[in-house]
Design a protein around this ligand. Sequence first.
Ligand code: AMP
Length: 303
Amino acid sequence: MSILVVGSVALDSVQTPFGEVEDALGGAAVYFSAAASFYDRVNLVGVVGEDFPIHYLGFLQDRNVDLAGLQVLPGKTFRWKSRYDYNLNTRDTLDTQLNVFADFHPQIPEAFRDSTYVFLANIHPQLQLEVLQQMRAPRLTAMDTMNYWIESEREALTRVISAVDIIIINEEEARQLADTYNLVRAAGAILDLGPRAVVIKRGEYGATLFYRGDQPIDFFFAPAYPLEELKDPTGAGDTFAGGFMGYLAKEDDASAAALRRAMVHGSVLASHAVEDFSLGRLRDLTWEDIEARYQLFRRCTLF
Ligand code: AMP
């Protein structure tokens, strides 16, 4: 199988109580690819400016990430600046400079159009729809979004949600999207729009899968791994999505049982991503590290 991801490739400046980085490698498509490439071949579509140090992506190429869909345009790369307080579940976005990302129009290379698994990272919902239209016959599609699009592009966003199989969003976005505080009701309302499953990410409280199964609404809960060393939560959500989609693509299985195991793979990858700044940990992670933590997840949820 192969996985297509479309999303931001960025230079992030991040401060947390445990340190800071400036113009470090980031972006939703990068975190996603770093995780998903442990499982299957990844086709990345994005855009950077001429200032982007392309060697930053060398470790992804070594892991079978195809960068043929990465456009390099005159101008500057997308930059994002944020600060986390001791409550690492919330962050302040200090600055967003879209630069070349402002005019991003995803062109899916011919060779990528047969990708079987598709992840639409957080971009304008209209562009997410354009990506879906360019794909031939994906077996499974998933998407992310953000509060900005919920507020400003609800109609287009609703169309994408209706068109994908799975939506992976954080809890505040789920509440905002469904206009209710109650997450079970929010998930139900989102499932009513069309997707088969909704994954709600809850930061250090883990992630919950909601789907229509034996019950009108079925659940699966994956905890976040209790870490002693946590430096930077940036990218945890996209890394989760990469582990989740990567596992499904590798198994080529999207049954309820596979979705549940994918929730744990997503959580395993995200738990590693936050151990260092930027892509620091995902860069030198090994398959053995992933398997070992998967077993720890099994231990801490078995009763
Ligand atoms: P996460 O922590 O999973 O929400 O993802 C953070 C990543 O998303 C960072 O590496 C940012 O570069 C990227 N990002 C932040 N804002 C945006 C945006 N408006 N559009 C696309 N990507 C963004």
